[in-house]
Design a protein around this ligand. Structure first.
Ligand SMILES: *[C@@H]1O[C@H](CO)[C@@H](O)[C@H](O)[C@H]1NC(C)=O
Ligand SMILES: *[C@@H]1O[C@H](CO)[C@@H](O)[C@H](O)[C@H]1NC(C)=O
Length: 411
């Protein structure tokens, strides 16, 4: 049984082994957060998971901490509760619990992104210089095959503004088109860039070659001119299109997070891809050699797409970032619901973001990662109680009475 259940209207436990357990529950303070939006017409609005006020949302994008604020951008349709006209919605928070929604940061208004500003990432090219790289969906001609995916860069209009409300798309856009041999309709989702041994930037773009998922590697010395490396960073046969790749270092000896360019003997790397074929996020831990830009999985039988997942529920298109304020790495992921498009239109919105999790290396195996909801969640807890002598039967669902609350955490 998961020791932590974040949202639970009544309390049912599924347990794999019979046991008599002591249960502790805490009732969260729901009113100060966006559950205020929960009404009899809107019973499914969440309490502390991020949601826009309305309409469709998918992938988290461009996560960063800047001048006192956490920034969450997200794929958002301003016009309806189903996917379409994708922009970068934008919200800021000082604690990742309470979010303030700002104006859209990137909207389709250039020929290279006129069909949508798709997923991308933030990189600090210098301490106070965040840059966004995202995928544009063009409209070069009327035929579907000419709606291709390209990569584009945006920079803050005013980097003194801690809210980073306005972004400028650079004149050099698009900065990348699909290389020869890559389907230009399967070329997307650039990662946060990192600096290699030669001092140049690297980033990865998701794609596939035939049916092999691939993380294409690019290098640049100025962030605008990018050159494809001969070999991809990684590829796994028959895993299909790799969306939303993520590549980052973790400490071998502790739970502290690392900025994306950090490497050395105390560091091991994680490569994650979101598999378009089965809509799950798979990762592998491995060694990154920044002299040769090679990545070697610790255990290739657990390679990307055939091994471990971040989450075994609905969790896709995830992205991590380094939280320089608290020295940790944090994971966000898109939680797609199971409701139909018809129901989404009736309720006026679709999807939420998973509650942010701290992520670090499992020090015992050194080949898997661990994750836990960020500590800030504990400040939402108000009441708690303990129940003892509850018998939880193996492979069955047990109803526990005496636990009340719109949302509870259970240990
Ligand atoms: C894309 O191109 C088609 C055909 O030229 C045109 O009808 C359509 O309005 C264009 N869409 C956008 C968003 O510019
Ligand atoms: C989202 O959920 C719908 C309905 O369950 C499903 O058809 C679709 O494949 C899901 N997409 C992802 C990315 O999980």
């Amino acid at each position: 049984m998961s020791p932590f259940i974040s949202v639970c209207a009544c309390c049912w436990f599924f347990v794999a082994a019979s046991a008599s357990r002591d249960l502790t529950y805490r009732d969260s303070d729901i009113l100060s957060l966006n559950t205020a939006q929960r009404t009899s017409e809107q019973p499914y609005r969440t309490g502390f998971h991020f949601q826009p006020t309305k309409n469709w949302m998918n992938d988290p994008n461009g996560l960063m901490y800047y001048k006192g604020y956490y920034h969450l951008f997200y794929q958002w349709n301003p016009y309806g509760a189903v996917w379409g006209t994708i922009t970068w919605g934008h919200a800021v928070s000082t604690d990742m619990l309470q979010w303030h929604i700002l104006d859209v940061a990137l909207a389709p208004d250039q020929w290279y992104d006129i069909n949508g500003c798709w997923t991308g990432s933030a990189t600090f090219v210098a301490a106070n210089r965040p840059v966004l790289i995202y995928t544009g969906w063009t409209n070069i001609s009327s035929s579907v095959e000419h709606k291709i995916q390209v990569q584009a860069v945006a920079v803050p209009h005013d980097s003194e503004d801690p809210l980073l409300q306005k972004w400028i798309k650079v004149n050099d856009n698009p900065i990348l088109v699909a290389p020869i041999g890559i389907d230009p309709t399967e070329f997307r989702d650039p990662t946060t860039a990192w600096i290699g041994a030669d001092g140049k930037w690297r980033m990865v773009v998701g794609s596939k070659r035939k049916e092999d998922g691939v993380a294409l590697l690019y290098r640049s010395s100025d962030f605008l001119h990018w050159h494809k490396a001969e070999d991809p960073l990684h590829s796994v046969v028959d895993t299909g299109m790799w969306e939303c790749p993520d590549f980052y270092p973790v400490s071998i000896g502790g739970q502290n997070g690392l900025d994306t360019s950090v490497n050395g003997p105390d560091v091991i790397h994680v490569l994650k891809a979101s598999l378009a074929n089965d809509k799950h996020d798979y990762y592998v831990v491995g060694t990154y050699n920044s002299d040769y830009d090679t990545f070697t999985p610790a255990d290739s039988s657990h390679n990307v797409g055939i091994g471990l997942r971040y989450d075994y529920g609905k969790f896709y298109a995830s992205k991590t970032f380094y939280d320089s304020a608290k020295g940790r790495r944090i994971l966000f992921g898109w939680v797609n619901e199971s409701s139909s498009a018809k129901n989404d239109i009736v309720k006026g919105w679709s999807s939420l973001q998973g509650f942010p999790r701290k992520i670090w290396l499992n020090g015992e195996t050194k080949s898997s990662i661990l994750q836990w909801p960020i500590q800030e969640i504990e400040t939402l807890r108000r009441r708690s109680d303990s129940l003892s002598g509850i018998f939880l039967e193996a492979n069955s669902v047990t109803r526990v009475t005496g636990v009340e609350g719109a949302q509870v955490s259970i240990e």
